[in-house]
Design a binder for this molecule. Structure first.
Ligand code: 6PG
Length: 257
């Protein structure tokens, strides 16, 4: 049985998936803007969000969000300069931010150019200033509470830059960690599970047949609340928040039988 706060939605193809995800983001943003006059959003990286961010930058979605009141953060970043082709910030800028021109003070970039440990500490200070001093959006456990954390998932079950077997994926206190992983860009910064699980909404957007096995295994582990998950994405269980999985049919292909 999927935990009450989780839901799994499947869409016929990647285009339908991205339109549904855009609608979901507009809905969550509208709710946050109406209740708190701001929308705090941690963006995911990788390739999946390209199409989603491009959709949000255009008609009809762009006109449905008051972008001047949106605060952009990142769930993870590669430790490269912001203009580097592998930068998640660069990808979001090219697909979304350059079209909607948010106030510069509302774009809270992870400092990928910094030495990783220093960058993690700097971003933790950024979160503290924003969520404690400016927004007052803090959970009863003293954690920053994002309105939305957008996540992808790798074929190994990683999410953000929380990879299987890493110290960062086991971290229970720090909010931002430097990681070194066996990926084309090995050094990264990532939010940790305490922060992800403090969010009001967490949305996974996963597309493609190559993810089908890890989707099946992750959801099975996420539901088995009596055992410690081995896959990082299965550790996403918002404490007081809504978890939604948006999948295309190819990524969901192993969920039934
Ligand atoms: C990153 C992402 C990462 C991504 C998955 C899926 O910085 O790469 O945050 O967690 O969501 O690796 O990547 P794709 O969307 O490219 O399959």
């Amino acid at each position: 049985m999927v935990p009450p706060a989780a839901s799994v939605s499947t869409f016929e193809d990647s285009s339908a998936l991205m339109h549904a995800a855009a609608e979901k983001i507009v809905t969550v943003a509208t709710e946050a803007l109406s209740a708190r006059k701001r929308f705090t959003w941690a963006l995911s990286g990788g390739s999946t969000p390209h199409q989603l961010f491009s959709l949000l930058a255009g008609v009809p979605y762009a006109g449905r969000i008051d972008w001047d009141r949106v605060h952009f953060f990142w769930g993870d970043e590669r430790c490269v300069p912001s203009e580097h082709p592998e930068s998640n910030y660069r990808m979001a800028t090219e697909t979304l931010l350059s079209a909607i021109h948010p106030p510069a003070g509302n774009v809270h970039r992870m400092p990928g150019e910094a030495e990783p440990s220093a960058g993690a500490a700097r971003y933790e200070a950024t979160l503290r200033r924003a969520f404690f001093d400016t927004f007052g959006a803090v959970t009863e456990r003293g954690l920053p509470r994002f309105d939305l954390v957008l996540l992808g998932m790798g074929t190994d079950g990683h999410t953000a830059s929380l990879f299987p077997g890493t110290a960062a994926s086991a971290e229970t206190n720090r909010w931002v960690m430097p990681v070194r992983v066996d990926q084309p860009v090995p050094h990264r910064l990532t939010l940790t599970f305490p922060v992800i699980n403090a969010a009001a909404h967490v949305l996974f957007v996963v597309s493609g047949a190559d993810k089908a096995d890890s989707v099946r295994e992750t959801l099975a582990q996420q539901r088995a609340t009596d055992t410690e998950p081995s896959l990082p994405a299965a550790r996403v269980r918002p404490v007081r928040g809504q978890l939604a999985w948006f999948l295309d049919a190819k990524a969901a292909a192993r969920l039934h039988g």
